[in-house]
Design a protein around this ligand. Structure first.
Ligand code: PHE
Length: 447
């Protein structure tokens, strides 16, 4: 176990917020958000997603922040220290879940790099479906996944301050600028209006559909990096003088903002070119088939815009893969007391090898996203809420108040009440819906 005195730390408050926001903003905001929104009836999904972010996401992020800073260790060690050996086992599940997500997430990240590079050399090909099929299979898919993991491993090996914090400082502002620029450009397209309508005008039937509720909640957890200890781990590198509720609010609004603005790019582009048919075909339809098809149809401008779009995706992805690897590597460091370099390299290589499976099998990738990116995160946040608001209530409340502004200090009892009475029952229902859907997905995969 590392002594608290020698534990690494973030160099500044802005560094922590940017790194946490970097972990949150990623493929989830663009790839996952846009396909979930188009499956869940567009605006109905978006509305529920905002509600879930505010009512479940922010309190749960605070629960993770509180547990992490109190525990001063990664999930396994923190849960053992705060709540005893039995809970430490749940920490292992978090770490395994993080490794599983990283293994397929890096595959998708690899595609985004491939699209960006291809757009420079050849532009976007006319048959975007066939192009995607070739990008997402065979040795090319494996090579780009391995390359993305190698970059991730290098940053995590460099550590919190000189790796993660420094990279986030540069990449996060760059990503905002690109996404906002793209949204302004999308506004100028003919026929963008239909896209905005689908995206922003809710359909009542969809609002009452339990699957859309499940999808919106699961997307909020995935997008905010909740339920597998990433936020808990980042908060373990924080000093007591930091305002946790203030930071959580900034991170959640940034994450929502980027997803929302990305939707303002994706929907108008797809609808202005009448490509909606390609969107909901699959988990990859919107981003990797419909959009490149649109970029191709737009000629030279499409090529430049497409390049920026895929660069933004890759940038968002790398600040998330480093968070995912950090959880696994830091857990190895805390548990076995080995060096950061060895831990990051060992964990990274193991996850890279695992990722070869989803790199060569898209159905498996979709299934892994359902199991690790949804079900396990929903179960994870349920455990976090019970732990923070029932078992360690006083400790977490004290932690949230420490360093908080007077306004937030007054809100702490309310936040704790939400975590105690509202969050667990709502998530239990969502967990049951997700369990049912995941079992059906596993049966379909096997059959
Ligand atoms: N939040 C990231 C995204 O939206 C994904 C992620 C999930 C990162 C869990 C870390 C932990 O892309």
């Amino acid at each position: 176990m590392t002594a608290a005195a020698s534990r690494e730390a973030f160099g500044s408050r802005a560094g922590f917020i940017l790194a946490a926001a970097g972990s949150a903003v990623g493929l989830g905001n663009m790839w996952r958000f846009s396909y979930q929104a188009s499956e869940g009836g567009g605006a109905a999904f978006v509305l529920l997603y905002i509600m879930m972010t505010l009512m479940l996401g922010i309190p749960l992020m605070l629960a993770e922040f509180g547990l992490g800073r109190r525990g001063q260790l990664t999930p396994i060690g923190a849960l053992r220290r705060l709540a005893g050996r039995g809970w430490a086992r749940i920490g292992y599940v978090f770490v395994i879940g993080g490794g599983l997500i990283l293994s397929y997430y890096s595959v998708i990240a690899g595609w985004t790099v491939r699209y960006a590079i291809d757009s420079i050399w050849h532009g976007f090909p006319g048959d975007s479906g066939a192009h995607f099929a070739s990008v997402a299979s065979g040795s090319g898919a494996i090579a780009f996944h391995v390359g993305f993991m190698a970059a991730t491993i290098a940053i995590v090996m460099a550590g919190i301050k000189s790796g993660i914090e420094r990279v986030s400082f540069v990449l996060m502002p760059a990503l905002f600028l690109i996404v906002v620029g793209l949204a302004v450009w999308a506004f100028t397209l003919d026929g963008a209006g239909t896209g905005y309508t689908v995206y922003l005008q809710p359909d009542l039937d969809e609002l009452l559909n339990p699957s859309v509720w499940r999808a919106a909640a699961a997307q909020a957890f995935f997008s905010l990096s909740l339920g597998m200890g990433a936020m808990l781990t980042f908060a373990s590198y924080l000093g007591k003088d930091q305002d946790l509720p203030g930071a959580a609010t900034i991170v959640a609004f940034t994450d929502f903002g980027v997803a929302f603005v990305a939707g303002l790019v994706v929907f108008p582009v797809i609808y202005s070119l009448g490509l909606q048919g390609a969107v909901s075909q699959s988990t990859v339809g919107a981003l990797f088939i419909a959009l490149p098809g649109a970029f191709d149809a737009m000629g030279a401008i499409g090529r430049v815009v497409g390049l920026f779009f895929f660069v933004a995706l890759a940038v968002g992805a790398i600040t998330s893969t480093i968070a995912l690897l950090e959880v696994v590597a830091a857990s190895v460091i805390d548990e076995f007391g080995i060096s950061r370099r060895t831990a990051a390299l060992g964990a990274g290589v193991a996850i890279t090898l695992l990722g070869i499976l989803p790199a060569t099998n898209l159905d498996l990738l979709g299934l892994m996203d359902k199991i690790a990116g949804e079900l396990m995160l929903i179960a994870g946040v349920l455990v976090i809420s019970i732990l923070a608001a029932w078992i360690l209530r006083h400790e977490v409340a004290e932690e949230l108040a420490a360093g908080a502004s007077p306004f937030w200090r007054r809100q702490v009892p309310r936040i704790m009440a939400v975590l105690r009475w509202f969050v667990p029952p709502v998530i239990t229902v969502i967990l049951l819906v997700s369990l049912k859907e995941t079992i059906a997905a596993i049966v379909a995969f096997g059959g």
